[in-house]
Design a protein around this ligand. Structure first.
Ligand code: C2G
Length: 131
């Protein structure tokens, strides 16, 4: 069976936590689809634009050998639509999202995987700024 996995994220200032979650997401199936938050969606979520514009974030994520397809996630409210459009069998997210996507269980399996400790885009930005 060709099991299709979908995951979502911004993947700004790409780091090892992003690699780890995508690598483990792929292991949940055979084909990995990534919904990458648009610059506008990120602004509405976090009140700031990503450091890397979306075209660059797409290019980075697409270049990973365990990622098969990348599309732009325009709205957080379209999860159900994306899951159905891409025929996903399982939704994978980091465990900072535990419980948040349980409503999607009516469309596919939902799995939360442990985050990689001690690294985040926010912390990297602070280090680079010298904070
Ligand atoms: N992640 C991780 N370990 C880290 C940092 C991030 O496993 N140390 C995971 C997150 O749990 C998430 C993915 O990497 O599953 C992408 O993280 P972000 O780019 O921070 O994505 P986010 O802003 O949480 O967007 O629709 C959902 C949102 O678009 C998710």
């Amino acid at each position: 069976m060709n099991k299709r996995v979908i995951t979502f994220g911004t993947f700004d200032v790409f780091h090892i936590g992003h690699v780890n979650i995508l690598e483990r997401a792929k292991k949940e199936g055979d084909y990995l689809i990534v919904g990458l938050s648009s610059d506008e969606l990120n602004f509405s979520k976090k009140q700031r634009y990503p450091v890397y514009p979306q075209a660059q974030r797409v290019k980075i994520v697409e270049s990973l050998r365990f990622v098969d397809e990348v599309f732009i996630e325009e709205s957080l409210d379209l999860k159900a639509q994306y899951i159905q459009q891409f025929n996903a069998d399982v939704l994978v997210m980091g465990d900072d999202w535990v419980g948040k996507f349980d409503a999607m269980k009516q469309y596919c399996d939902v799995k939360y995987l442990p985050r990689t400790p001690s690294i985040s885009t926010t912390e990297i930005i602070e280090v680079v700024k010298g904070l």
